[in-house]
Design a protein around this ligand. Sequence first.
Ligand SMILES: C[S@@+](CC[C@H](N)C(=O)[O-])C[C@H]1O[C@@H](n2cnc3c(N)ncnc32)[C@H](O)[C@@H]1O
Length: 147
Amino acid sequence: MPRLPAELAAEGLRRAKAIECFDFVPSNCCVVYAVLSALPRARLCEWGSGMGVVTGLAQTLGFDARGIEIDPRLAAESRRLLADFGLAPKITTGDYLQLNCPVDIYFTYCWPGQMSRVEERFAVIAPDHARLLICHGAEDIRCRVKE
Ligand SMILES: C[S@@+](CC[C@H](N)C(=O)[O-])C[C@H]1O[C@@H](n2cnc3c(N)ncnc32)[C@H](O)[C@@H]1O
């Protein structure tokens, strides 16, 4: 990974340790970066953006990226982190199962028990041909395409 995204990911991990959020487990930024690098640049929304690292990595790669995060402390910290790295993607505080966000690529790392709900939501609200990048583990990112 180039220096800026690598430093962003490392600093995101460091700052996350100060925030108590049961639901926050980061994905593997190197794997995410490799996956995003291989995709055509488009609009991307990180569902459950945590510290905003994936959203930030996507922006450095040229995606029109944004994030939605339900935990207000994580949302606020992610905005600070991204600003400190000269990035300003929109991070909305809220529930991605409720908010509408028409984009070309959705990225999410949710609990296994939430996956079918997330996939149903994607099927209902995503534009045709949109991709859902869904983590089945920190390093296992799978892609679903809406037909
Ligand atoms: C496993 S963490 C992944 C964080 C980040 N996307 C990553 O890949 O490193 C899941 C994140 O989703 C957030 N989250 C869970 N349910 C959510 C919902 N319904 N709407 C928005 N955010 C949610 C959690 O607060 C947490 O920050």
